[in-house]
Design a protein around this ligand. Structure first.
Ligand SMILES: NC(=O)c1ccc[n+]([C@@H]2O[C@H](COP(=O)([O-])OP(=O)(O)OC[C@H]3O[C@@H](n4cnc5c(N)ncnc54)[C@H](O)[C@@H]3O)[C@@H](O)[C@H]2O)c1
Length: 255
C-alpha cells in the first residue's frame, strides 16, 4: 500500500497548490492518508506539503505544467509506477471568461488540455495498477458548468461536460473490477480562483454579488465543503456510488 514501507493510504491529487485541491489534501490527511501532490505552482505545492506534514502525513510533490499532454504522459508514468496509488483526485483546472466568438483556438486547447486531457491521462496512468489490485477510487472535479450552461464560459463548460462523460465511461468499463470513479460538480466556491477572476473584472463588487446570487441561499461554497464531498466519494461509505455526478452547488443547478 502507498509509499514503500507505509501502511497509510496514498492519494495522488492534481491541482494541490491552492483552493479545493489544498483543502482536499488536508481533509484526506485527517483521514490518515499520505499525499503525492502535483501542480505547476511550486511555492503553492510546498505550502500544502508543509501544512500536510504538520498533520502527520508523508508528502511527495511534483511540479509540472499539465497543459502539454505528451510530456505529462512521458514524465509522470514512470514516477506513478513507483507507488501504489489508492485514491486519485483530478482537481487541476482553469478557465477563461469568454463567449464562443471571443475564445481563441489556443485558449480552447489550453482549457481542454488541462481540464479533460490531463484528467484522462492520470486515469489512464493510474488505472492499470488499481485494476491489478482490484481496488481504488477516483474523483474527477467537474463543475456545475458541466450540467448547465454558464455565460462567458464556453470552453470551460464544454471541457467539464467532457469530464463527466469520461467519468461515466470509466465507471461503465470497470465497475466490476473493484474500482469506483465519480465526478463532483461544485457551484461557485470562494477559492483563490474566484479571487483571481474578481481581480480581473472592471466591477469586482457587482461580479461577486452576481456569483453569490447564483447559489440559492446567496452564499458561495468553501473549498472545505467540497473537500468533504470528495472525501465521502473516495471513502468506503460511498461503495454504492459509481459513475455519478455529485452536485455540491448550493442549488445553482436546481432552478
Ligand atoms: N472555485 C469554483 O468556483 C469552482 C467551481 C466549480 C469547479 N471548480 C473546479 O475545481 C477545481 C479547483 O479549482 P479551485 O477553485 O480550487 O481553483 P484554484 O485556482 O485555487 O486551483 C486550481 C489549481 O490547479 C492548478 N493548475 C491550473 N492549471 C494548471 C496546469 N496547467 N498545470 C498544473 N496545475 C495547474 C493551479 O495552479 C491551482 O493550484 C478546478 O478544476 C475548477 O475547475 C471550481
Amino acid at each position: 500500500m502507498a509509499f514503500p514501507g507505509s501502511d497509510r493510504k496514498l492519494v495522488l491529487l492534481t491541482g494541490a497548490a491552492s483552493g479545493i485541491g489544498r483543502a482536499t489534501c488536508l481533509r484526506l490527511v485527517a483521514e490518515g492518508c499520505d499525499l503525492f501532490i502535483i501542480d505547476r505552482d511550486g511555492p503553492g505545492l510546498e505550502e500544502t506539503k508543509k501544512r500536510a506534514e504538520a498533520l502527520g502525513a508523508t508528502v511527495k510533490t511534483h511540479q509540472i505544467d499539465l497543459s502539454e499532454p505528451a510530456a505529462v504522459l512521458e514524465e509522470m508514468q514512470p514516477i506513478i509506477d513507483q507507488f501504489e496509488i489508492d485514491y486519485l483526485v483530478n482537481d487541476a483546472g482553469l478557465g477563461f471568461a469568454r463567449t464562443t466568438e471571443q475564445t481563441t483556438l489556443a485558449e480552447w486547447d489550453l482549457t481542454f488540455n488541462v481540464n479533460i486531457t490531463a484528467t484522462f491521462l492520470f486515469c489512464k496512468m493510474v488505472l492499470p495498477q488499481m485494476l491489478a489490485r482490484g481496488a481504488g477510487a477516483i474523483v474527477n472535479v467537474a463543475s456545475a458548468g458541466a450540467i448547465v450552461g454558464l455565460k462567458n464560459r464556453v470552453a470551460y463548460c464544454a471541457s467539464k461536460a467532457a469530464v463527466v462523460g469520461l467519468t461515466r465511461c470509466i465507471a461503465a468499463d470497470h465497475a466490476t473490477q473493484g474500482i469506483r470513479i465519480n465526478a463532483i460538480a461544485p457551484g461557485t466556491v470562494g477559492s483563490e480562483w474566484i479571487e483571481k477572476i474578481l481581480s480581473d473584472v472592471p466591477d469586482p463588487v457587482a461580479t461577486r454579488k452576481m456569483m453569490e446570487a447564483r447559489q440559492l441561499d446567496g452564499k458561495m461554497g468553501t473549498p472545505e465543503e467540497i473537500a468533504e464531498g470528495i472525501n465521502f466519494l473516495l471513502s468506503p461509505a460511498a461503495r454504492f456510488v459509481n459513475g455519478s455526478v455529485f452536485v455540491m452547488d448550493g442549488g445553482l443547478t436546481a432552478v
